[in-house]
Write a protein that binds this ligand. Structure first.
Ligand SMILES: Nc1nc2c(ncn2[C@@H]2O[C@H](COP(=O)(O)OP(=O)(O)O)[C@@H](O)[C@H]2O)c(=O)[nH]1
Ligand SMILES: [Mg+2]
Length: 299
């Protein structure tokens, strides 16, 4: 039996690293339900990221060449016999999309998928990297109005770039399709490896909750239902395969990169007590960033 593990997965710039560094601040100072169980090998990497956040800044983008898998040994604070490892393949998120397109992953990836692994899948509100599914108007324009072979000609005739832009956009796979495919990969790998039924826990974490529309009254479950209906429907109809939960997070409770006034206020506060996570269905905000991990571990 392996130590239980939680694997953080998400496309490019979905907020994985910032979530990890923010959580590390809690784990490192035993200020949450989980604490560290010895120092991880890449403590320096975690410390650098967490320090940037303590200065009121988001930690920067993971460079393409960085391919570390952070392995952070953790344990439950109120019962130190309960141990696990937090696994963050902080490979750039492009690799996640590439695996989808190539239809294969490495032996390293395969070895991370065990009967004792839980998963946190990340999506970020307002990310330009999120590929939205086609709405029905665009779909109609693409597939009904314009005969496919004449897309380019249509463009020259009318002098508009609209059909070509729509066609190019349509070639990109919507983010929700990639995530559902990943869930299916995981299930297939588990079925190959284990004769008994394994029902992994999967938390869908909606990051940058501070960017949610002001008039949006729901929680992460509702946000996924509205914005990523394929994932929502997959989760609802695959209860036999997985145990799902919907969570949200905000590192600072606002966006210092977009709001200079907020950035100034943040500079006068202790960023360790800013930010929150929320967990559907009650959607109550909590300052304990380890909550998604404790849920994933069933602790
Ligand atoms: N407003 C807001 N932006 C966030 C939050 N978390 C991440 N971001 C933004 O998302 C970007 C990418 O985050 P990062 O953690 O590097 O994503 P990764 O590529 O998945 O590791 C950051 O540079 C921030 O601009 C958040 O809680 N709130
Ligand atoms: Mg990263």
């Amino acid at each position: 039996m392996n130590n239980p593990a939680v694997l953080l997965i998400g496309g490019p710039e979905t907020g994985k690293s910032n979530f990890l560094f923010r959580t590390w601040t809690h784990i490192d100072s035993s200020n949450g339900t989980i604490e560290k169980d010895g120092l991880p090998a890449d403590a320096e990497y975690l410390r650098t990221g967490a320090e940037l956040q303590l200065r009121g800044m988001f930690a920067g983008r993971t460079p393409q060449e960085v391919q570390v898998i952070s392995r952070i040994p953790i344990r439950l604070r109120r019962d130190s016999q309960k141990k696990a490892v937090l696994l963050v393949p902080d490979i750039n998120g492009e690799r996640i999309n590439q695996i989808y397109h190539e239809r294969k992953w490495s032996a390293d990836w395969e070895s991370l998928i065990t009967e004792d692994t839980a998963y946190l899948f990340f999506v970020r509100i307002g990310s330009e990297q999120t590929v939205a599914p086609l709405d029905w108007i665009t779909w109609h324009k693409l597939y009904c109005d314009i005969p496919q072979p004449t897309l380019a000609a249509t463009n020259q005739d009318s002098g508009t770039t609209e059909p070509i832009e729509a066609a190019l956009e349509a070639q990109k796979t919507p983010t929700q399709v990639i995530l559902v495919d990943w869930l299916q990969f995981i299930l297939a790998a588990l079925r190959d490896k284990y004769p008994q039924i394994v029902r992994p826990r999967v938390g869908i974490v909606v990051t940058a909750w501070d960017c949610v529309a002001n008039d949006f009254l729901g929680g992460p479950l509702d946000w996924i239902g509205d914005n990523m209906p394929l994932i929502y429907q997959y989760c609802i109809s695959n209860h036999d395969g997985f145990e799902f939960s919907f969570l949200g997070s905000s590192i600072f409770s606002g966006d210092p990169t977009k709001d200079p006034e907020f950035a100034e206020q943040l500079g006068q506060k202790d960023p360790r007590i800013e930010g929150y996570v929320l967990h559907s269905p009650d959607n109550i905000k909590s300052g304990d960033f380890t909550i998604p991990i404790t849920w994933a571990l069933g602790w």
